[in-house]
Design a protein. Structure first.
Length: 400
């Protein structure tokens, strides 16, 4: 089944939903049982066997199960765990793979809040983190220690958009750990979504999404997903159960609803972003456009091998820049509001400075800063280009 069809039908179980096309929102905490035997059976099926069977609200309802099963099918996963945000998906997935005394390898291009979690929270519980060059590939084997238990990838990387060689990293990690002590490989797959990249098929054990972005697609719900293979499932499932994390049914419903149009939206994001990126490359102010779908991007060949499309998120590096110039550009934009996050239908703009001291340690970022991070939305790209052109005029005026 092709992805365009799969994304429409994945996770649907009309027999479970009384024939209703979109799984309704089940608000539930307490589930009552006819007798003790029924309660014990429900506990056995839900808790011990991990079946999708009503037991207690925190353990899930058909609303959450629909989203879990859909993401699992798209990611080719053994199961998917849901969390209340993309960051919680990253942190809980890591917690399911490490313990006190362990060593964790994390890409130097990682999402900064994930880095803060490793440096601030994990270190306090006796977990050591080493950051690695995102372009290291199979060379990551040299950084592994006897107590290394996990490798956390993000491809492309936040703000700098390096594409990692996931198969090479996964092969090196699994070979180093061996069958007796497997090293779990995790990947933040938010940029591509499971439609444009499937990390589990590339050798990773865990694929994480801030489904807040493209799956939800409308900037109105926060959702995290953790798709796991059989090897990673016990640890990650135990971590989420232990801390009592659950995703509210309303957010699960919005994510499932957004998922059904993900394919058509992503295709348009790709087309719009390519047109804007190609135009930006022609601008005299621009040194580099950080967008792996461009042939000029250093990660383009890996992107062509492992990805089937690109989203709307990219970076811009200027030849000469200043904060006054970037602020002048941003503050006058009409179609690019200034805001955090991305992945919705609207375009967004934000300043970017990946080279600050706290952001990189293994492979310093030396390009001129500040630059821009752009999310290209679903507006007509000609209108977006016109808005950016006027913005660059303000940029140039403030730079002089």
């Amino acid at each position: 089944m092709k992805k365009d069809t799969q994304v429409i039908h994945a996770g649907q179980d009309k027999t479970r939903n009384a024939g209703i096309v979109n799984t309704p929102v089940f608000h539930a905490s307490t589930v009552v049982f006819a007798n003790t035997a029924a309660m014990m059976e429900a506990q056995e099926r839900n808790v011990k066997k991990r079946e999708k069977h009503l037991f207690y609200g925190r353990r899930g309802t058909p609303t959450q199960w629909t989203l879990q099963e859909a993401i699992s099918e798209l990611e080719d996963a053994a199961d998917t765990l849901l969390t209340p945000s993309g960051l919680s998906a990253c942190t809980l997935a890591i917690m399911g793979c490490v313990k006190a005394g362990d060593h964790l390898l994390v890409t130097d291009s990682v999402y900064e809040p994930t880095r803060n979690f490793c440096d601030g929270f994990l270190s306090g519980f006796g977990v050591e983190t080493t950051y690695y060059d995102p372009l290291i590939g199979a060379g990551i084997a040299a950084l592994m220690k006897p107590n290394t238990t996990a490798v956390f990838c993000e491809s492309p990387g936040s703000h700098t958009f390096e594409v990692q060689d996931l198969p090479a990293i996964a092969n090196a990690a699994h070979a180093k750990g061996g069958a007796e002590k497997p090293v779990i490989v995790l990947c933040d797959n938010t940029w591509a979504s499971p439609l444009f990249c499937q990390p589990l098929k590339l050798g990773c054990d865990v694929s994480i999404q801030a489904a807040t972005k493209y799956v939800v697609g409308h900037s109105d719900a926060m959702v995290g997903t953790i798709a796991v293979n059989e090897m990673a499932l016990p640890g990650v499932s135990k971590a989420i159960s232990a801390v009592g994390i659950t995703l509210a049914p309303d957010e699960a419903y919005l994510a499932t609803r957004g998922l059904r149009t993900l394919s058509v939206r992503l295709k348009q994001h790709h087309l719009n972003a390519m047109k804007v990126a190609e135009w930006l490359e022609t601008r005299p102010e621009v040194k580099r456009v950080l967008f792996p779908a461009l042939p000029s991007d250093p990660g383009h060949e890996l992107w062509k091998r492992d990805f089937s499309g690109a989203c709307g998120l990219m970076g811009v590096v200027f030849k000469r820049t200043s904060y006054d110039a970037v602020h002048a550009m941003i503050d006058g934009m009409k179609l690019f509001p200034l805001g955090f996050s991305w992945g919705g239908f609207e375009s967004l703009i934000a300043p970017s400075n990946p080279g600050r001291a706290a952001a990189r340690t293994a492979r310093p970022w030396t390009e001129p800063a500040p630059g821009l991070r752009l999310h290209i939305g679903l507006e007509d790209p000609d209108d977006l280009i016109a808005d950016l052109e006027q913005g660059l005029a303000r940029f140039n005026k403030a730079l002089v």
